[in-house]
Design a protein around this ligand. Structure first.
Ligand SMILES: [Zn+2]
Length: 332
């Protein structure tokens, strides 16, 4: 199969962490009733902006970005700014020798964010933490949730299905691929919680997949994304952001996710070691097999988004999408 790669680079990264987990213990006390939550009030009207890291306990690049904000004494010039370390319990289990283990303790924290799930009478580490964070998130206008991923070199901005999500992602002027998706079938992400996807509502959110787990470049992208987000939100001045934002690039296209491949067994395998953002030119090309069945691309120029390195029953193995153009400056 010939597949064009968006972004050029084709190498994959090892599972050996090249990043050191920061010490987050100074942030435990914070300044609210919730551990590992710090909220700064500007005293001026403006949105409540939240930057969240460690929704997945082993995705330490986000924690490095928050650590950077704390060390630089970043404060909002308008509205409120909340800095949240979402799953410190899982993070506390981070072991560089087995870094996949500490994604969560009991349950994926990024599949719990809807009222129905949270009304279930189940108590575990992640559900208790989501319940504790929920009143805060209910008051958030603009959310940035920092993540990293199993493979792929190019950052992805997962902006949800609504036009306002794409607009927010694009407003960061960052060299990242904007991906519009509906989230997961097996639970709701924080970025899809409440009214974040409701058209016409001013609340908005962005999930940034900053690069491969535990790679130094991923922490750099997490920092740049965070400062760009805070500047786009009006929380910080351009001179505060400028030293930390890298070079910009306005996206002229985005990926609309249309399908997902979710294995039904533990026997599924990809046809090639995909790393993500491959564009497969011809409809009907086999990209995966499971139990004698071929899975094929539904249309020409199908883009593979975030292929898993370890395919598992019931977990999204890859999303399929098509490129869409943003309106040009004259036809917006
Ligand atoms: Zn994640």
């Amino acid at each position: 199969m010939s597949a064009a790669q968006d972004g050029g680079e084709t190498s994959t990264h090892s599972d050996t962490p090249e990043l050191t987990a920061p010490d987050i213990s100074p942030y435990r006390k914070g300044n609210s009733d919730i551990p590992y939550v710090t909220t700064w009030e500007s005293g001026q009207p403006g949105p409540h902006v939240m930057v969240c890291a460690l929704t997945h306990g082993n995705e330490i690049s986000g924690a490095i970005a928050l650590d950077h904000l704390f060390h630089n004494d970043i404060r909002p010039v308008q509205g409120r700014l909340s800095l949240v370390l979402a799953n410190p319990t899982a993070f506390g289990l981070f072991d560089p020798k087995n870094p996949y283990r500490s994604r969560f303790v009991d349950e994926d924290m990024n599949r719990l964010w809807n009222a129905q799930t949270l009304s279930q009478d189940i108590r575990n580490v992640e559900r208790l933490r989501v319940q504790a964070l929920r009143p805060l998130v209910d008051s958030v206008d603009l959310l940035l949730d920092l993540h990293s991923m199993q493979s792929g070199n190019r950052p992805l901005f997962l902006c949800g299905p609504s036009e306002k999500g794409r607009r927010l992602a694009r407003s960061l002027n960052m060299d990242a691929t904007i991906v519009a998706d509906m989230g997961h079938a097996n639970g709701t992400r924080m970025r899809d919680y409440g009214r974040f996807n409701t058209p016409g509502d001013s609340r908005n959110s962005l999930l940034a997949e900053c690069g491969p787990h535990w790679h130094p470049g991923t922490a750099k992208i997490a920092i740049q994304t965070t400062y760009r987000f805070l500047h786009a939100a009006g929380s910080i001045a351009s001179e505060t952001a400028a030293p930390h934002v890298g070079s910009g690039k306005v996206s002229d296209r985005w990926v609309e996710v249309t399908d997902r491949f979710i294995p039904k067994t533990e026997t599924a395998a990809f046809d090639e070691p995909f790393i993500g953002l491959e564009t497969i030119p011809t409809a009907g090309t086999t990209f995966a097999r499971e139990g004698g069945q071929d899975f094929t691309t539904p249309y020409d120029d199908c883009v593979l988004i975030m292929p898993a390195r370890h395919l598992a029953k019931g977990q999204t193995a890859v999303r399929l999408g098509r490129w869409r153009a943003f309106p040009g400056p004259h036809d917006a």
